[in-house]
Design a protein around this ligand. Sequence first.
Ligand SMILES: Cc1ncc(COP(=O)(O)O)c(C=O)c1O
Length: 456
Amino acid sequence: MPDLADVSAGTANATMQMTESGRWPTEASAALYERARRSITDGTSRDTLLRKGGHPIYVDHGEGAWVTDVDGNRYLDCNNNFASIIIGHADPTIAAAVQARMARGTAFSFPNDAEVDLAELLCGRVESFELIRFCNSGTEAVMAALKAARAYTGRPKVIKVKGAYHGTYDHAEASQSPNPTNWGDATAPSTVRYAAGTPASVEDEVGIISFNDAEGARAAIRRSGDQLAAVLLDVMPNRVGMPVIEPEFISAIRETTREVGALVVLDEVISFRLGYSGAQTLLGIDPDITTVAKIIGGGFPVGGVAGREGPMSTFARSGGSRAKVPSGGTFTANPVTMAAGLATMNQLDHAAFVRLDDMGEAVRSGLRSAISRAGVDWQVTGRGSLFKVHPHSRHIRNYRDAHLSSDEAAEIERFEHDIQAGGVYLSGGGFGCLSLAMTDDDIAHLLRAADAAWSS
Ligand SMILES: Cc1ncc(COP(=O)(O)O)c(C=O)c1O
């Protein structure tokens, strides 16, 4: 099988031939894209899979840390379906659990025992998870959490961080990618509606703060006062550059929300992969509600809202009347997703997180060495199994610092293209994510490909 790893390691692979243009073959992906565009807008149902100036790469299969595309090219997968795969592709333990469950049927209008098992596991791991409720995606989890916060407090407003991505719910996506022409004042950022057609009321209902601006957060929370339902926070937002969150920022949000009677909704859709009990335990945060998704579904569509009994009670029927926030969906907590989630989470013991942290450190420090060898003005941020490369050396505390000029955006695209040609698949924007299937050799492969990309 063609193996770009061998090529970048310097051992020429006889079965793999570059095309005359000096690129790896992509004809099969190109043909699928042509077909896809006739029936799917843009040729794919996911915006994030499109890359500038080319067609997406269509996958054939994945195994462990590697994916093979429909042209037979192999890549070390440092995207891992946007941080949702943590054990590796086609893990035999997860596959066995899923197959066993599928043999008993996949979707029912009855609750199932696997949902109870996964709920117990998650609530047993995180102190603030007194109750949990599942759904099918992180987007849905964030939407449900904000609805619960509004229902519990009886207030309409939320505050979120400029540049932070929380899925595609109207309020959550406000100001997720503003630019210098519309992001407003550094200390009082504007609310920018995201999708065309979003009701103008979102501008009144969503306040924006800058990441790590403790004073700005206190002022915004106090300004919203008794209208504020919640602050929505991700502790290491990718599009904000994955900066280190400052303790004063966390305490400003926690203290001032308590002062005005609002909640903290912690979005751990990605950051839950940072530790056995999530990022909140590592950072000493006490959220009222947490959203989870991605890894807890073991590669299947999933989301979850967990938290303190008070706000979680908004999802409960009381005395036969309907819940304040009715929730549920046709495939919610289906037994296959729940079984996959359990088979994943059961493998994520303390030792697994130590291994992920060690691999992440090796990657980040290896990339920093490659940057100094290449003499380029780049930097690396991240924590645990997550990393992000930036084509500049500005100190990153917030979205403004991380925001790329058009030249820098072109630089990162070139880097991603070059590292992909070296057999490593990253997410857009220089974001990378590791899985437990990766070996030390795989990490060496990643670092060689980065070296080559920076020196090309
Ligand atoms: C922090 C965060 N919140 C929410 C979401 C939305 O999750 P999903 O894609 O499962 O809807 C994402 C997705 O990447 C995310 O990164």
